[in-house]
Write a protein that binds this ligand. Structure first.
Ligand SMILES: NC(=O)c1ccc[n+]([C@@H]2O[C@H](COP(=O)([O-])OP(=O)(O)OC[C@H]3O[C@@H](n4cnc5c(N)ncnc54)[C@H](OP(=O)(O)O)[C@@H]3O)[C@@H](O)[C@H]2O)c1
Length: 346
């Protein structure tokens, strides 16, 4: 079998494909022949050497990857839900960038209805993230107006789809003009192109009294203004900080000076002010919640139902060969991509 291995932090050249012995299953595990692997921005953070859960749970060397799809190769005697030959999609805390993956059966699911093997590889992480932010982390009331940053990206597209499936009003924000129609096609009520429009001026026009929730993985560049544009009982949901990091064109390495300046500029929220304003600031990182099987099971069960009812559909998917994993990371770091990037295993 082959795995992508990163031995130390750095640029795209650090993603090496290495040969390993075939995996052997245990009584309570299942081995999957991987056909496709979803790429997430967090995988780039792992390669940069700044992803906290990778440092805490694995260290170096590391094989990134949170999600995959494929065909069951072998099943342990204490497993019962899958048989050899089943097409499956899976979640894992790292190690998905490989031609074979060994997981517990609780980490595997049948393909969501209407998704191909390739589309399914990009399904679990972004939809689970969006589901957690919308339905598990906070309570968002019917008829709420949501502002979703990076609305054409992986998590952003999933958030827009899920929010519209539940009839929320959605303002999507994108950083490039070619993404506007993509977000409209996902059902967003308004799209703000911050490369050509005044983000908060437009936001104010769409939601005069402020938003009920704002979903932000930018970090310091938008959190402070986002807080100001919440209405009472509004929630600012912070789940990433990609504006601290390089955006395309470079060697794929962190500019630590830029990151440090961004960290210094990150807003500090005053708890007394939160009380007076009736606003909340909440954060999460699913990679530290891997032990919370209850959350994953609830989310995946509901998401499978929504796929069956055709309320959510596959994201726009761009594929790269496993051997071109460096190009796939480069594309995601360009900030120009729409939907999901998926690696395909031959
Ligand atoms: N906390 C969690 O549990 C969790 C789980 C999954 C993902 N995330 C976070 O969610 C965010 C989205 O992840 P994703 O995998 O779905 O990626 P993505 O949204 O498909 O791609 C990243 C998007 O972010 C924007 N962006 C802003 N600054 C950027 C930079 N310096 N480099 C690259 N892109 C930049 C770009 O969109 P615009 O220019 O249009 O804004 C870009 O298209 C990431 O920050 C990720 O770490 C968090």
């Amino acid at each position: 079998m082959k795995k992508v291995v990163i031995e130390s932090p750095g640029g795209y050249e650090k993603l090496k494909i290495r040969d390993f012995p075939e995996l052997t299953f245990k009584n309570d595990t299942i081995i999957v022949n991987v056909r496709a692997i979803g790429i997430n921005y967090a995988d780039c953070l792992v390669r940069f050497g700044v992803y906290e859960s990778a440092k805490k749970y694995v260290g170096w060397p590391i094989t990134p990857g949170f999600e995959f799809s494929g065909v069951v190769k072998s099943v342990g005697s204490q497993t019962s839900r899958f048989k050899v030959g089943d097409e499956v999609v899976g979640i894992t805390l790292f190690n998905a960038y490989a031609t074979e993956v060994e997981v517990k059966e609780s980490q595997l699911f049948h393909l969501p209805h209407g998704f191909s093997l390739i589309e399914a590889a990009g399904f679990p992480t972004v939809f689970f993230t969006a589901y957690h932010a919308l339905f598990q982390l906070v309570k968002i009331y019917p008829k709420s107006h949501l502002l979703i940053h990076s609305a054409a990206g992986g998590v952003g597209s999933a958030l827009v789809q899920l929010a519209k499936a539940f009839n929320f009003t959605v303002t999507g924000v994108v950083g490039s003009s070619h993404k506007v129609d993509e977000v409209k096609a996902l059902g967003a009520d308004y799209v703000i192109d911050k490369s050509t429009q005044d983000l908060w001026g437009e936001a104010k026009k769409n939601a005069v009294d402020g938003f009920d929730a704002i979903f932000d993985a930018n970090g310091y560049t938008t959190l402070k203004d986002g807080y100001k544009h919440l209405r009472p009982v509004g929630k600012l949901i912070s789940y990433g900080a990609h504006s601290l990091l390089p955006r395309g064109g470079g060697s794929g390495r962190v500019n630590y000076l830029k990151a440090a300046i961004g960290l210094i500029k990150s807003p500090r929220f005053n708890p007394l002010q939160l009380i007076t304003d009736n606003k909340s600031v909440v954060g999460f990182n699913l990679s530290f919640l891997f032990a919370r099987q209850d959350l994953a099971t609830e989310a995946m069960t509901d998401l499978m139902r929504l796929a069956l009812e055709r309320k959510i559909k596959p994201l726009k998917t761009t594929t790269y060969k496993l051997e071109d994993v460096g190009l796939a990371h480069q594309a995601l770091e360009s900030g120009k991509t729409v939907g999901k990037i998926v690696l395909v295993v031959n």
